[in-house]
Design a protein around this ligand. Structure first.
Ligand code: NAD
Length: 509
């Protein structure tokens, strides 16, 4: 039996016992690898190693930390194809999608390599005489990172890179389904020069490893991405143990299509947003809210586009949509397709299993029409290649339907009306708003996050990620070294011909 890929704890690769079989969802006979499964004691060791590494790592210069991140970025970008193949094999994204995600991870490390030397503070005058105030950012300590399976390298990258750049130590727990990219990323960072204990990898179950991280008093903060249900438990445990917490969770993202939309552009935005990456994106356009003047043409064009898409093996040339990630997720998708039919929605296209020459979790994208926003398929996150069309009268009704949801991650509108686009940007209750674009697809240098049940705590990515490791000590105030000079009294304004004081022109706006 091949030896498993091991956990990284302190300066050692550990774990010969329990393993996870990492199976390719495009081909269930393909075992990507065996990955060690950590237990609670190993999670505790990883936390202790991070705690021990913190004093010296937090005292390093931004230059040193940035150099390590830059070396990792360069390697990730150089190995884009190979890492993309690993990602496509374990998660099921198509190879081009997977390589795009790997490139994004490299760009994120490069961005935070530069941010590491940019860390800045402020010196401001006090409200007290003779005192000045310094506001500085300090590393927080040990950060626990818990990630989902759908972006196996980009989400770990956008959590690990800022945590390390700002001088924190990390305990990283990836999702059980995708240990391969997590292991590869950790190995790259270790070889890039991270000292022992600064980054620890503990692959394993959420209920064991994740729970150990939540309970430990030695973990100062948790950054979590995953479902709302798990996120709620994470928040409760973090509050109980007084940890800082950041949660990114699910979505039920609306894409509005108005009568005046450019039809081909709207169809592309809808098909890409709803079905690419097999619909397994938190920002997926799962609710297509369409005004009645364009409704029938839009449905016909989307259906025609879906007919031309190829569902198949993620690594095969010509595949547009890879498999669903797992048996459980496939069952969830099919359960919701049945729920939609029971609720009276019309299954206008797809929803059936697809036969390929390999055994995998292949599902035709499913498009529902004649749905209402009250149906469960429009209220609950399905997280698969399933989208529904909601027919509305006009923009006002579309906006109301878009906002009538517990979630608030991303929202989009397809229109040629500046008035409606501008109004939507201000009034969509979502963290990210797109115009004539899919709801999915974001930049890495700007804040990422949602509203309502989709997010909790500070934003991720870009310079905003610094707020997820807030200053760990209050501003410091210092008496000024020299007593303040007495200001010279300004000369009195000259008098006019009537003996009145004139107003100095420099005081006027
Ligand atoms: P999940 O909630 O099942 O698991 C997420 C992580 O939490 C995994 O690592 C899991 O092992 C861990 N976990 C599970 N139980 C735990 C516990 N009791 N204590 C601690 N950790 C625990 O989510 P998933 O199925 O991996 O991912 C899909 C979800 O993630 C979807 O809801 C999707 O919308 C969401 N997501 C959100 C974003 C975002 O940025 N908003 C991005 C990607 C995915």
């Amino acid at each position: 039996m091949t030896s498993p890929f091991k956990n990284r704890i302190g300066d050692a690769w550990i774990g010969d016992g329990d393993v996870t079989e990492n199976i390719n969802p495009s081909d269930l006979s393909d075992v990507v690898g065996l990955y060690a499964r950590a237990d609670a004691a190993q999670a505790a060791d990883a936390i202790a190693a991070a705690r021990a590494a913190f004093p010296s790592w937090s005292a390093t210069t931004g230059q040193m930390r940035g150099d390590i991140l830059e070396r990792a970025a360069a390697e990730i970008l150089a190995r884009r194809e190979e890492l993309g193949e690993l990602l496509a094999r374990e998660e099921g994204k198509t190879l081009p999608e997977a390589m795009g995600e790997v490139a994004r991870a490299g760009q994120i490390f490069r961005f935070f390599a530069a941010e590491a030397v940019r860390a800045a503070g402020e010196v401001v005058p006090s409200v007290r005489p003779g005192v000045s105030v310094e506001v500085t950012r300090e590393p927080l300590g040990v950060i626990g990172l818990i990630t989902p399976w759908n972006f196996p390298i980009a989400i770990p990258a956008w959590k690990i890179a800022p945590a390390l750049a700002y001088g924190n130590c990390v305990v990283f727990k990836p999702a059980e389904l995708v240990p391969g990219c997590a292991w590869a990323l950790t190995e790259i960072l270790v070889r890039a020069g991270l000292p022992a204990g600064v980054l620890n990898l503990v692959m394993g179950r959420g209920s064991v490893v994740g729970a150990a991280m939540l309970e430990s008093p030695e973990v100062d903060a948790i950054s979590f991405t995953g479902s709302v249900g798990t996120g709620r438990q994470v928040a409760e445990r973090c509050v109980a143990t007084m940890k800082k917490v950041q949660l990114e969770m699910g979505g039920k993202n609306p894409l509005i299509v108005l009568d005046d939309a450019d039809l081909p552009a709207a169809v592309e935005a809808a098909v890409n947003g709803a079905f690419f990456s097999t619909g397994q994106r938190c920002t997926a356009s799962s609710r297509l809210i369409v005004t009645e003047g364009i409704h029938d043409r839009f449905v016909a064009a989307v259906t025609a586009r879906l007919e031309r898409l190829t569902v198949g093996h993620a690594l095969r040339k010509g595949t547009d949509i890879g498999p669903v990630v797992s048996q459980d997720q496939l069952e969830q998708d099919r359960r919701y397709i049945a729920i939609g039919q029971d609720e009276g929605a019309r299954l206008a296209w797809g929803g059936g299993l697809v036969e390929c020459d390999t055994k995998g979790f292949f599902l035709q994208p499913a498009l529902f029409t004649e749905t209402t926003n009250a149906m469960r398929i429009n209220r609950e996150e399905i997280f698969g290649p399933v989208a529904s069309v909601v027919r509305v009268r006009d923009y006002e009704e579309a906006l109301a339907a878009a906002n009538d949801t517990a979630f608030g991650l991303a929202a989009g509108i397809c229109t040629t009306s500046l008035k409606h686009a501008s109004h939507f940007k201000r009034n969509a209750q979502a963290g990210m708003v797109m115009v004539n674009l899919p709801t999915a697809g974001v930049d890495y240098h700007v804040p990422f996050g949602g509203r309502k049940a989709s997010s909790y705590g500070p934003r991720e990515q870009g310079a905003y990620a610094a707020n997820s490791t807030p200053p760990s000590r209050p501003p410091t105030s210092t008496p000024e070294p020299f007593p303040r000079q007495r200001r010279a009294r300004p000369a009195p304004a000259p008098r006019d011909a009537w003996g009145r004081r004139t107003i100095s022109p420099t005081l006027l706006p």
